[in-house]
Write a protein that binds this ligand. Structure first.
Ligand code: NAD
Length: 556
């Protein structure tokens, strides 16, 4: 946990500082994003993912808090890239907050222009759940990471990573989930991280098992665990652009290679070889162009080592951070030799509208999450993967900030969970209302040709109508707050995506919100994939009552 100069922590319990639970839910989630236990760099309002912020400045943060405290249940607050810019009269079922982050007209959508506008105080980088106030710490990515490694294990290693070595880098807010996800799949993880404080943070949080003295020591520990078939995660302080080629040169055989350094941002994120975090900060300020050139050159070497591992027979995939594109810009022509994780492993789930559904206990009471876990287990008794996840999460996940749970559910499932949760609140079986939300990395909510929509069957990777339709649909369905962002995950110019949250406070109106949003939101993912020609999505649409006007023709 970082020592923060101005610590922010969401209120717990049932006393409201806003006029209703709808606005209190948004306020607590905004504050929770900046809780020093949750955020990577709270003093600078940075939540995760390079420079993903919750508000543009502390002045804007204070103004958002004040506006939410006054907001009526027939009013809507407008937030433009982290700054509250208006309060309007709407109606009860309308969203209480509408957020747009980092959006730029396409021809101007470059990091250079973004940074110019950011320096002028006109915008901020919202990442995905940072600027839409529903980040829940590293757990938010854990089940997705587990699902990905489970799919890798199933496809290539007979269902388990036992005795297999996975090498990855980056133990930040999201990447920090990798070691636990790998050991949950029984594998051995060697994790390279350039910043010792990040490594210590993952160790303290129970995400990482061990820290090695150096690369040699890390390899020794991993080799031993591999021989013994013992799951373990070993972290080492090193630069991936140096360490990975060194491991190749030493002839270390590995089974799986990936990476979650913040490669999407060649200035504010990735640290080039030869620099430590402190010298990187100095160079970023002194010579941004020189820094970007060095970062891209390092990424070229880093990515080339991954491709060489692929040539030697390892399973290699991109983990959604733009490393391949940045390496290409750094002069490595063969960067796209290995696939992204979505087309390789996740798309079949997206076809069913399945994605990272999550919820937060506004009471602050971990007991409320236990009650919701039991409710989910009871609702979906036949889903073995889900049952296993709930058991492991209950045992191994330590909460950061407000207690929360992530759980991949699809179309025809999420609304059942939402209605059940609202009922738990109404009956007093949990101590306070719950916020239900999700990542923007989801089935129908994102256009991102280097990640979620890479290699779509019909070539529609860059079509960004879908996330905009998704956001509009969630507004029409009565989500409590809705956000549309640009540049999350893979960087400026490379993605458009949307998020939506519902506060279930036990009222009939909340039941209506939950039913509509949690049916329609994942259904839009089924539509997106059915439209792109995926039979699994068409099948899901037929089975789950998702109505698609032209599907009958195309499906025959
Ligand atoms: P973060 O900024 O919190 O962490 C990045 C980490 O990488 C930091 O700890 C940093 O010290 C480390 N790092 C930077 N350069 C390095 C180098 N050369 N060698 C070793 N370590 C280095 O970011 P995050 O939230 O963990 O996200 C990581 C990346 O993954 C981002 O690009 C993000 O957009 C992407 N992402 C992917 C998914 C997914 O589902 N696959 C989800 C969220 C984010």
């Amino acid at each position: 946990m970082s020592a923060s100069a101005r610590p922010v922590r969401a209120a717990r319990g049932t006393e409201l500082s806003c006029r209703s639970w709808q606005t209190e839910g948004a306020l607590r989630c905004l504050m929770n994003n900046l809780d020093p236990e949750v955020a990577e760099d709270p003093d600078n309002l940075v939540v995760y993912g390079g420079t993903g912020r919750a508000a543009r400045s502390w002045e804007c943060f204070d103004a958002i808090v004040a506006a939410l405290r006054e907001l009526g249940d027939d009013e809507t607050l407008l937030v433009q890239s982290g700054k509250p810019v208006g309060v309007t009269r709407t109606h009860q079922l309308a969203p209480r907050v509408l957020i747009a982050n980092s959006l730029l007209v396409p021809q101007w959508a470059t990091w250079e222009e973004f940074r110019r506008l950011e320096a002028a105080g006109l915008t901020m980088y919202g990442q995905m759940t940072a600027g839409s106030w529903i980040y829940i710490g590293t757990q938010g990515i854990l089940q997705g990471t587990c699902e990905t490694f489970a799919a890798v294990a199933e496809r290539h290693f007979g269902g388990s990573l036992r005795g297999r070595l996975v090498i990855t880098a980056g133990l930040g807010g999201m990447g920090g989930a990798q070691p636990l996800a790998i050991t949950m799949n029984e594998g051995v993880a060697l994790c390279i991280e350039v910043d010792a404080s990040r490594l210590r943070r993952r160790l303290a949080g129970g995400w990482l098992d061990e820290v090695a003295d150096d690369l040699e020591d890390a390899v020794r520990r991993c080799d031993l665990a591999r021989e013994q078939g013992r799951p373990v995660s070993v972290g080492v302080v090193d630069n991936a652009a140096v360490a990975l080629p060194a491991l190749l040169a030493a002839g270390l055989a590995a089974d799986v290679i990936t990476d979650q350094t913040s490669a999407h941002d060649p200035l504010g994120g990735y640290i080039p070889e030869g620099l430590d975090p402190a010298t990187a900060t100095t160079l970023r300020a002194r010579d941004p162009e020189g820094y970007v050139a060095r970062a891209r050159a390092s990424m070229a070497g880093h990515c080339a080592a991954m491709v060489e591992y692929q040539h030697r027979g390892a399973t290699v995939f991109d983990y959604g951070n733009s490393l391949r594109e940045e390496a290409r810009l750094g002069g490595f022509a063969d960067a796209f030799a290995y696939p992204g994780f979505v087309p390789a492993y996740i798309r079949p789930l997206f076809c069913e509208g399945k994605g990272p559904f999550r919820w937060v206990a506004l009471s602050g009471d971990a007991g409320d999450i236990a009650v919701t876990d039991a409710a989910i287990a009871e609702l979906f008794p036949g889903d073995q993967r889900l049952q296993r996840w709930l058991r492991l999460a209950g045992e191994r996940v330590r909460y950061q900030g407000l207690p929360a749970r992530i759980c991949w559910l699809g179309a025809g499932e999420r609304h059942l969970a939402g209605l059940r949760f609202n009922d738990l609140v109404a009956r007093g079986q949990v101590r306070a209302p719950l916020v239900i939300g999700r990542d923007h990395l989801d089935s129908g909510s994102v256009a991102s040709p280097l990640r979620e929509t890479e290699s779509m069957r019909d070539g529609s990777d860059a079509i960004a109508d879908w996330p905009v339709l998704n956001a509009l649909l969630n507004c029409a369905s009565g989500a409590t707050w809705v956000a549309v962002h640009h540049g999350g995950g893979v960087g400026i110019g490379r993605s458009i995506h949307a998020g939506a949250q519902v506060v279930v406070d036990g009222t009939a109106l909340a039941a209506q919100r939950a039913e509509l949003v949690l049916s329609n939101d994942p259904a839009s993912g089924v539509m997106r994939h059915a439209d792109a020609g995926y039979d699994e999505a068409r099948q899901a649409a037929r089975e789950r009552g998702v109505r698609i006007p032209m599907m009958r023709d195309s499906a025959g």
